[in-house]
Write a protein that binds this ligand. Structure first.
Ligand code: 9J3
Ligand code: ZN
Length: 264
């Protein structure tokens, strides 16, 4: 019941509702020029058009090395239509390293909640971060720097630092079984293992996937990302059913790791 959780948004989820190309909310977008911001490279804000359901949690998403917001643009409307304000960003330069990308994700969230045209639509206490590759490495950096973040979702992340004992943000890491740029054995998996074992954390390895699988519309990524973001940004336990028990290996999942049931 919505009265039990003031942050839950949208109808009760089903497998088909979280696998769908769009969720229940119509989405509007605003382009943010790099010239109008500092600390990151501008981007695009995707947000539910209606204000009838109150405020929403917000998520900033970083692309990877040499890439632009276009490489992660599919996540904007896919996630926003489920009831989030989503900011897909460009970085200051496409060569920025993970620690810088983490700072830029936080600058983007600060802009979103403090200065953007949609700031009144956002619950600034309910924020999350995502990113691809070095942007996924940056997602961990952002969580380390700002423990108040509610959820983190690194996608085929790349980071030389494998030790993350400071992270307090529930984190879902996606790896790809065929990743030769950031192989799971040297990136996604040790990054997962570098998180505290007491943390709500999960590792999902995509089957038949590459480093660049997160750069186009992908139902497995969407389904579990939506569930993680809803469960931890909105505290919406209606989504726990998709996360626990862990998804079993299948045509789309090579391997899954994580703690269940969740503790936060
Ligand atoms: O963001 C990424 O795709 C990181 C992978 C990479 O190219 O690292 C080599 C320096
Ligand atoms: Zn496989």
């Amino acid at each position: 019941h919505a009265a039990d959780n003031p942050y839950q948004r949208g109808p009760a989820p089903t497998d088909s509702s979280i696998e769908a190309l769009r969720g229940p909310y119509a989405v509007s977008e605003i382009s943010v020029s790099s010239l109008s911001v500092t600390g990151f490279g501008g981007g695009t804000v995707y947000y539910p058009t209606s204000t009838a359901d109150g405020t929403f949690g917000a998520i900033a998403v970083s692309p990877g090395f040499t890439a632009y917001q276009s490489s992660i643009a599919w996540l904007g409307p896919r996630l926003a239509s489920q009831g989030f304000v989503v900011f897909t960003i460009d970085t200051n330069t496409t060569l920025d390293q993970p620690a810088s990308r983490g700072d830029q994700l936080l600058a983007a969230l600060d802009y979103l909640t403090g200065r953007s045209a949609v700031r009144s639509r956002i619950d600034s206490s309910r924020l999350g971060v995502m990113g691809h590759s070095m942007g996924g490495g940056g997602t961990l950096e952002a969580a380390k720097d700002r423990p108040s973040l509610r959820a983190a979702v690194p996608l085929t992340p790349w980071n030389l630092d494998k030790t993350w004992p400071e992270v307090r943000t529930p984190t879902l890491i996606f790896g790809a079984d065929g990743d030769t740029v950031a192989p799971v054995a040297t990136h996604a998996k040790p990054l997962y293992n570098g998180l505290p074992s007491s943390l709500d954390r999960a590792y999902l390895e995509l089957n038949n996937a590459t480093h660049f699988t997160p750069n186009s519309s992908n139902t497995t990524i969407a389904k579990y990302s939506i569930s993680w973001l809803k469960r931890f940004i909105d505290k919406d336990t209606r989504y726990e059913q998709f996360l626990c028990p862990l998804p079993r290996p299948s045509l789309t999942i090579e391997e899954s790791l994580g703690n269940c049931p969740h503790t936060s």
